[in-house]
Design a protein around this ligand. Structure first.
Ligand code: ADP
Ligand code: MG
Length: 292
């Protein structure tokens, strides 16, 4: 039988916008000693602003329009920002077959041409070599780079910048005060990932990961000796449902998260604030002490 005070703890948490799906997850939360965060949309706002447009052989406006058209079917935060930066109406009749390649970008037919928009990994996969200026930009910039190719030819890139959520640094600091190790996993570039980790005070960061690599990383952390406490993974739900279910406690952001992620998660932070995690741990630890 479930001790009554678990209900008290779960009720208290829900008043703070923290949904805990059972007493067993409270116990796990109380024993967490490693928190693994996804970056985009979890620690960062997931709202990118276009910082620079660098076309090759076309006008800036044309490259932005092409990118926005290519991204017209995607719900990824990067896609939303490109469409917003373009601003105008998009004629979706120009867009044919579209494919989202998770952790990499999109491949879409636009005006009968094959357009790819995404990271360096996607370009490599498509056999497109990024120009030298693009390579230099990638190394220098802490922003996220969206490369664009048309019919296999490099067409330039757009640099977009995301910012940490206002409470992200504080959220990490509170966990560290509790002696909890913090890790960040991201599919983003090394420059963007390491820059964000440094700014937030994250202990350990792994970049350029595919969604499946994130599962491997979590398994590696779970398997580390000596055996530690429990591991929590916090994600925004965009292609991280498999990691959410693999962690001891899978935590999803509620407002941004997809239904699939909310389903796969053990805990949901309704208002998308990473600082709610420390509150969830505090409530769980208190409740566990009462139960015992
Ligand atoms: P994170 O791991 O930070 O949460 P994702 O796994 O969602 O990020 O995406 C990883 C990387 O894949 C992004 O940084 C971006 O380079 C690329 N990417 C994913 N989806 C798109 C898209 N729709 N358009 C362009 N690039 C994308
Ligand atoms: Mg993500």
């Amino acid at each position: 039988s479930v001790p009554l005070s678990f209900f008290g703890g779960i009720g208290g948490a829900s008043k703070q916008g923290i949904l805990i799906k059972g007493g067993n997850y409270m116990e796990a939360l109380a024993a967490v000693d490693t928190v693994v965060f996804d970056k985009t949309g979890t620690l960062t706002r997931g709202v990118f602003q276009v910082a620079e447009i660098r076309p090759v052989g076309m006008a800036e406006k044309e490259l932005l329009e092409l990118a926005a058209l290519a991204e017209s079917w995607s719900d990824h935060p990067i896609s939303r920002s490109l469409k917003e930066a373009y601003g105008g109406e998009l004629d979706r009749s120009r867009v044919g077959e579209a494919e989202e390649l998770s952790g990499r970008g999109v491949r879409v037919q636009v005006d009968g041409r094959s357009v790819c928009a995404g990271n360096r990994k996607l370009m490599e996969e498509m056999g497109v070599s990024c120009s030298e200026s693009a390579a230099a930009g990638t190394e220098r910039s802490a922003g996220t780079i969206v490369h664009i190719a048309v019919d296999g030819a490099y067409a330039g890139h757009i640099i977009i910048a995301d910012r940490p959520k206002p409470d992200a640094g504080e959220a990490v600091a509170r966990l560290k005060e509790r002696g909890i190790r913090t890790v960040m996993l991201t599919g983003d570039s090394r420059a963007a990932g390491e820059g964000a980790a440094r700014e937030l005070g994250i202990d350990q960061v792994c970049t350029e990961l595919m969604p499946a690599d994130k599962v491997d990383k979590v398994e590696e952390l779970l398997g580390q000796e000596p055996k530690r406490g429990r591991l929590a993974f916090v994600g925004d739900g965009i292609n991280d449902a498999p990691v959410l279910s693999r962690a001891d406690v899978g935590i999803a952001m509620g407002a941004l998260g997809s239904d699939a992620a909310i389903e796969a998660a053990d805990v949901v932070l309704m208002d998308d604030k990473p600082s709610k995690l420390d509150i969830a741990i505090r409530i769980s630890r208190k409740t566990i002490v009462i139960v015992k």
